[in-house]
Design a protein around this ligand. Structure first.
Ligand code: 13P
Length: 287
């Protein structure tokens, strides 16, 4: 059964480790993440972006697939199904569809509007026992081939949003989605420290987990980060393993073209990436 992410993240914050959010794209992705969590006795959050939700045929399909896998694969570790960077409308869609957690990304609104909308969505999600993440300070990344720098959130604004009753808070601290550029300045621990001082026990979320060096991840966890989002890194390992299989001509040998064989190495590669992150984040045996 899906659970909200509140309890697992409160435990993570208190125990100084982080739970990984791994974004899913299809059945293989979902199975790979769930099996790795079970094998490592780790709590896990499945992230679904609006685009991935559409790709998989809509939120009902995602909920049906995930619930089916929890049962069919005997998954007993805590699993949350979470909308990643949701718009106001899509948060409602996911609350209705059976997600156990949503993120409302109102970071592009003026702060007063972000506050209003977040407040309303806190009430709607909590009425159904669903956890809710909000964001302050937009997280950069590649858009139309241009890599935007990650913003640093204003700690006072973080406090204002944290006080609305949300369950965990994403704050920009110089992190971006996708690969980091050569000249990236690193995470702003000064900002993170200031945010944690004002928001206290609130579990903090680090987006853009791909490519952040291990020492920075450890320091971020020590400063209150309890959830780390990883997406691109699983895509890169899946693509590299699939490329290798085809370049070695394996799809042309015997029944190597069978999708259950063709997608096998990519599936194993996702599992290896997820395991490595769970070990780094310290969530192994924390289920
Ligand atoms: P990466 O793709 O950089 O790992 O970021 C994932 C993320 O933050 C999803 O919200």
């Amino acid at each position: 059964m899906l659970v909200s992410a509140t309890e697992m993240l409160q435990k993570a914050k208190a125990g100084q480790y982080a739970v990984g959010q791994f974004n899913i794209n299809n059945l293989e992705w979902t199975k790979a993440v769930l099996l790795t969590a079970q094998e490592n006795n780790s709590p896990v959050i499945l992230g679904v972006s609006e685009g991935a939700g559409k790709y998989m045929g809509g939120y009902e399909t995602v909920v049906g697939m995930v619930n089916g896998l929890l049962k069919g694969l005997n998954i007993t570790v805590p699993v949350a199904l979470h909308l990643d960077h949701g718009s106001y409308d899509h948060c409602y869609k996911c609350i209705e569809a059976g997600f156990s957690s949503v993120m409302f990304d109102g970071s592009h609104y003026p702060i007063a509007e972000n506050v209003e909308k977040t407040k309303e969505l806190v009430a709607a999600s909590h009425a159904k026992g669903i956890s809710i993440e909000a964001e302050v300070g937009s997280i950069g990344g590649e858009e139309d081939g241009v890599i935007g720098a990650g913003e640093c959130a204003d700690p006072q604004e973080c406090k204002e949003i944290a006080d609305l009753g949300i369950d965990f808070l994403a704050a920009g601290i110089g992190n971006i989605h996708g690969k980091y550029p050569e000249n990236w300045k690193g995470l702003s621990f000064e900002t993170l420290d200031a945010i944690q001082k004002l928001t206290g026990d609130m579990p903090l979320v680090l987006h853009g987990g791909t490519g952040i060096p291990a020492d920075m991840i450890k320091k971020a966890i020590a400063l209150g980060v309890a959830k780390i989002n990883v997406n691109t890194e699983c895509q890169l390992s899946f693509a590299a393993a699939t490329r290798k299989y085809i370049e070695e001509g394996k799809d042309l040998q015997g029944k190597g073209f069978d999708p259950r064989k063709l997608l096998g190495p990519g599936f194993e590669a996702i599992k290896a990436t997820v395991k490595e992150k769970m070990e780094l984040f310290g969530s192994v045996n924390k289920a």
